[in-house]
Design a protein around this ligand. Sequence first.
Ligand SMILES: CC(C)(COP(=O)(O)OP(=O)(O)OC[C@H]1O[C@@H](n2cnc3c(N)ncnc32)[C@H](O)[C@@H]1OP(=O)(O)O)[C@@H](O)C(=O)NCCC(=O)NCCS
Length: 192
Amino acid sequence: MRAKSKTLKTKQLKLKTQRLVLRPFQAGDVDDVYAYAFHPEWGQYILASTKRYTHDDAGRFVSHAILQDRMQYPIFAIVIDGHVVGSVGLHVNATHGIADLRFALGKSYWGQGLITEATTALVDWGFNTLAIEKITAATDARNVSGIRIMEKLGMTQEVLWLRNRINQGNRVDEVHYGILRSEWESTTEALT
Ligand SMILES: CC(C)(COP(=O)(O)OP(=O)(O)OC[C@H]1O[C@@H](n2cnc3c(N)ncnc32)[C@H](O)[C@@H]1OP(=O)(O)O)[C@@H](O)C(=O)NCCC(=O)NCCS
């Protein structure tokens, strides 16, 4: 495993892609998060409860994103034209050199490849900055577009866990994808 730093500097927490800025969440982001997360379709594969997403839920999400340990849970706001339109993050297990990828985008921005742009930048950052050896991602097995994002990152399906999570009050199957550092490096080398 590569040497890794014990802390993240502020400049390591700002990423730029062609169309997006990825930066840490700020207290003033709550209204933007609520504006996209209240849409029922946004939460259909990621929220356990059928309860409508509230402004307080957005407040809790943003506080959690700000307060949690950045080495363990680096999470980035996806910003377009000064507004937060989604998030991408990693749940890192440093002991095992692995991380789980999470991503979500507001419905009005779907279908433009923006989340592929954001997750590609984050996966690259994870492998290069955190010295992770493997990145995984899991979702409701019915979440076709979420699965497609994992495939576009070069991840492969490793396992299907039957009836492993509750979404919108229903117990559903969960699919797990993953990519190794060596696979990521050979994909990115082929593109350069
Ligand atoms: C998952 C999510 C980020 C996808 O965003 P998006 O903007 O639609 O993503 P993209 O446009 O980059 O790509 C979606 C892909 O799924 C495909 N897709 C979408 N619906 C599909 C369907 N019903 N059948 C087949 N393919 C479908 C699209 O064609 C596209 O693939 P392509 O680029 O090869 O054509 C968005 O739906 C979201 O935020 N959902 C809520 C959070 C979530 O589910 N997160 C994943 C779990 S961590």
